[in-house]
Write a protein that binds this ligand. Structure first.
Ligand code: SF4
Length: 489
């Protein structure tokens, strides 16, 4: 998972991209980069680390130009997945894999990508054998860049670049790439383009802002919260399979390159996206309120059957807080924040090794023992993936003297790997894989584990009634193994 952004049509382009990347930091903490272009050529800064550590104070002055793209990186093709990498290429999380990527032919192209290609290995091999392109990175984003550049060069030849050529180049990417991709591309001397995979698995929005000089500037970003912050008031989703181009002359072109039913990732609403954002007409905050309300039904049944008797609803910070509040309101059981987050420890889920994750959990949350002792505690989390955090928290709360500990997940059991950019590519790492609910309870050490049902999840991810937006049919492949792409691993 990553965050992408592009701005065109203002001398503030790099500053806005920098601010946007700060807002998208939760989408990737491994690395960050910005690329701009002006009459002197490309300018870029990229490095490993968080946004605030990568960019020095004078970055906006160095990164000159009216067009800029940026990226925050979360490595999903990790060392543990070496079988999918190309021999002889550099190890992951090293500088060559940090985006934006640049290519000098044709025109000069820069690219940022959020997503994951299922057929990355095959594409890499094809690009090596047929196109004689040696990979410089281990990133599937480089494969997209190569596919696009190759097709654009073929299309344009001696002609001046036009939107028709770009449509054909994007069509070529769609023909070969399988998986999730929300892409922003800068073409030197032309402008910015953005497109999404035919299923629209990962988010991307497009915004317009009227500048002080009366001209328009344009924005692409992974989350609508960036558009809101940067005053791009006219903000819409880039549709599944859609291409949007904005030129240096201020023109905007749009085309639906592929017609398929969109299958947005449910995990964006459950966990990944920031609560201020809105996608497919579904505000993330509102979805999380409904996730809490919906799971209350199952909990009520458990209480009525005398299987549980919670005294307190306790959120696992931060993501689950919204759902835990609505759950508490729905059940009339007090809500208490008795797991105190150390805000300087990064999210454990996003760290790339089990060892790092386990250590981070211990540092990350401190319990308020006096509030926990002698009570039946209902912990609420957004999801249970590997179970590392959940298991440690249950043990922690027990060690504080809790009488019983129940664990509620606002997502259904995650039993199958994700091939589209969320970092659980191996089924064996998942606590719910091949385990019954009772076995999961035992493995976690909980008195009861309660999961959201799939139907209740889907009903929580629907547009607000009256918004005029279409019903959302999310990707649920990690829950039901129904992978929406043609090629399955
Ligand atoms: S498999 Fe799960 S995490 Fe991956 S895109 Fe689909 S819903 Fe999202």
């Amino acid at each position: 998972m990553c965050g992408v952004i592009g701005v065109l049509g203002t001398s503030q382009a790099s500053l806005r991209v920098l601010q946007g990347l700060q807002l998208l930091q939760h989408r990737g903490q491994d690395a960050a980069g910005i690329l701009t272009h002006d009459e002197d050529g490309f300018h870029f800064i990229r490095n490993l680390g968080l946004v605030e550590s990568v960019f020095p104070k004078d970055s906006p002055e160095v990164l000159k130009g009216q067009v800029a793209i940026g990226h925050v990186r979360y490595a999903t093709v990790s060392k543990a997945k070496a079988e999918r990498s190309i021999p002889g290429t550099p190890p992951l999380s090293e500088l060559p894999n940090v985006q934006p990527f640049i290519m000098n032919f044709p025109y000069g192209i820069g690219l940022v990508h959020n997503g994951n290609l299922e057929n990355f290995k095959e594409l890499g091999a094809r690009l090596q054998s047929k196109s004689r392109r040696h990979p410089l990175t281990r990133s599937d984003s480089e494969a997209i860049l190569n596919l696009f550049a190759e097709a654009l060069a073929e299309q344009t030849k001696a002609e001046t670049i036009s939107f028709r050529h770009i449509c054909e180049a994007v069509r070529a990417v769609h023909r070969e790439a399988v998986g999730s991709y929300s892409v922003v591309i800068m073409i030197a001397g032309y402008g910015l383009i953005a497109f999404r995979d035919p299923l629209g698995l990962r988010p991307l929005v497009f915004g317009k802002r009227r500048e002080a000089d009366g001209k328009n500037s344009y924005l692409f970003a992974s989350e609508s919260t960036v558009a809101q912050f940067l005053d791009y008031t006219e903000c819409v989703d880039v549709g599944a399979g859609e291409l949007i181009a904005t030129t240096l002359a201020g023109e905007v072109f749009r085309a639906r390159i592929v017609e398929e039913k969109s299958r947005p990732c449910m995990f964006e609403w459950v966990y990944f996206a920031s609560p201020q954002t809105e996608w497919e007409g579904v505000p993330v905050y509102n979805a999380r309120i409904h996730l809490g309300r919906n799971v209350a039904r199952k909990i009520r049944e458990e209480i009525s059957a005398g299987r549980i008797q919670p005294d307190l609803i306790v959120p696992v910070p931060e993501t689950a807080r919204i759902a835990a509040i609505s759950l508490s309101e729905e059940l009339g059981i007090p809500y208490r924040e008795v797991l105190i987050k150390n805000r300087y420890i990064s999210r454990t889920f996003i760290l790339d090794t089990q060892d790092k994750r386990e250590k981070a959990v211990q540092l990350k949350l401190s319990p308020v023992e006096s509030e926990i002792r002698g009570k039946r505690i209902m912990l609420v989390d957004d999801s249970i993936v590997r179970g590392t955090t959940s298991k440690k928290l249950i043990a922690l709360v027990r060690a504080c003297g809790a009488k019983e500990v129940y664990f509620v997940s606002t997502a259904p059991p995650i039993r199958y790997p994700c091939h589209y950019g969320i970092d659980f590519p191996n089924a064996n790492e998942l606590i719910a894989h091949d385990r019954s609910d009772t076995e999961i309870e035992k493995a976690l050490g909980a008195d009861r584990v309660i999961y959201q049902s799939v139907d209740d999840l889907v009903s929580a991810l629907q547009p607000i009634p009256g918004s005029g937006r279409k019903e959302v049919t999310p990707c649920l492949a990690c829950l039901n193994r129904e992978y929406p792409t043609a090629q399955k691993l």
